[in-house]
Design a protein around this ligand. Structure first.
Ligand SMILES: *Cc1c(COP(=O)(O)O)cnc(C)c1O
Length: 400
């Protein structure tokens, strides 16, 4: 996380972009290291001790991931990340649904591109896609969902917590509505797992996507939860040697699996305390803006919302200008890292129907495990100063 100091000796920027990715927890690295150095073994080589030992490490990790979401270990398939899990689960459920005469797919306008693009690609294959809108708070209207969840529903895919505005959807209620139409319910929970208490059984979710690098684990690994009852309704995306019960072929990356498992264990143990700490940071940040007399709008409902997430618009201040002005001191973002370098306003904030100006001024600031109280204070003062400066400039029309 810590960058080297800048060429002129100034300290590196403070990292406040935990929704894009989280730093690897040093305890996770410690757990992984033996599997990157001294320990060799293909976990699928069951004929010798090296292979069996690698498989034991993988299966322990699978158990740790399962424990975090209340699943059975054999309901979790390791993948390369939430993007792959979304592709596998949504395509798989749509294809299986179509075979039994179910053509409908439901999603929502504020989903991550790894859901939206997959869902849109299904239209060309003859599926009937319904993309639900959200209200100003970022929440789906359950009545609209009910209307869309007809008996032709194959799968509904609604994220648990949003990666830009942090808003948490009423997943249990939506899953029940999807089941009433006989459909499956999938949730992209990349942002939620490890941050919110998740119990797949209590939620009634059939399918879920997870990503390790959003919860202080390594990049390049994630998981797909497939409830036992839904197993036969998901076709594999990646074919090959038939590993993981044929659901996802390919040699499992032992060190990444072990790191993901350890990251899940730590998140489960520390979640309650961490949530309170991040809630406090967020409140402190907003208090400083108010003390400095900076007017702002919060995009999306404050609750239910992920701790540590803020998405703010400063009227009259362009987000890109603000990022440029604060960039030497802060790593914050506008919109989503996942839409790669595009400077278009966020599709999520646009979907709140709060106006294009507000979307163009939206910035996401997110706190996490390595954030300190001092960094929060510095960051809030830095943002306040930059906003005040940019507002002066835009009112007088010159940098003067
Ligand atoms: C980060 C993220 C993804 C992509 O996850 P990868 O593991 O990087 O592929 C998908 N959905 C959401 C909500 C995310 O935040």
């Amino acid at each position: 996380m810590t960058l080297p100091e800048q060429p002129d000796g100034a300290p590196p920027p403070i990292y406040l972009d935990y929704q894009a990715t989280t730093p690897l927890d040093p305890r996770v690295l410690d757990a992984m290291l033996p599997y990157l150095t001294s320990r060799v073994g293909n976990p699928h080589s069951s004929t010798h001790q090296h292979g069996r030992e690698a498989m034991r490490a993988v299966e322990d990790a699978r158990g740790q991931v399962a424990a975090l979401i209340g699943a059975q270990p054999n309901e979790l398939i390791f993948t390369s990340g939430a993007t792959e899990s979304n592709n596998m689960l949504i395509r798989g459920a749509a294809a299986a649904g179509a075979r039994s005469g179910r053509n409908r797919v439901i999603t929502c306008a504020t989903e991550h591109q790894a859901v939206l693009k997959v869902a849109q690609s299904l239209i060309a294959q003859g599926h009937d896609l319904v993309t639900l809108s959200v209200d100003q708070t970022g929440l789906i209207n359950p009545a609209a969902f009910t209307q869309a969840a007809t008996d032709t529903l194959a799968v509904a895919t609604i994220m648990t917590a949003n990666n830009e505005i942090g808003v948490v959807q009423p997943i249990a209620a939506l899953a029940e509505l999807a089941h009433a139409g006989g459909g499956l319910f999938h949730s992209d929970a990349a942002q939620a797992v490890g941050k919110l208490a998740i119990d797949v059984a209590a939620l009634g979710v059939d399918l879920m996507s997870l990503s390790a690098h959003k919860l202080y684990g390594p990049m390049g690994i994630g998981a797909a939860y497939i409830a036992s009852r839904a197993r036969r309704r998901i076709d594999p995306l990646i074919l090959g040697g038939g590993q993981q019960g044929g659901h996802r072929s390919g040699t499992l990356p032992v060190a990444l699996c072990v790191g993901f498992g350890e990251a899940c264990r730590i998140s489960l143990a520390e979640m309650a305390v961490e949530t309170r700490r991040l809630d406090q940071y967020r409140a402190d940040f907003l208090d400083i803006l108010r003390e400095e007399g900076i007017a702002f709008d919060i995009n999306g409902a404050m609750a239910p919302r992920l701790s540590g997430n803020l998405n703010l618009s400063f009227a009259g201040v362009d987000a890109e200008a603000l990022l440029m002005r604060t960039g030497r001191h802060l790593s914050i973002s506008s919109g989503s890292a996942c839409t790669t370098e595009s400077l278009d306003p966020s599709h999520v904030v646009l979907a709140l129907h709060v106006g294009r100006d507000r979307a163009e001024s939206a910035v996401r600031i997110s706190f996490g495990r390595m954030t300190t109280a001092e960094e929060v204070t510095i960051a809030a003062r830095c943002v306040a100063k930059a906003v005040a400066r940019l507002r002066t400039v835009s009112y007088t029309g010159s940098e003067g």
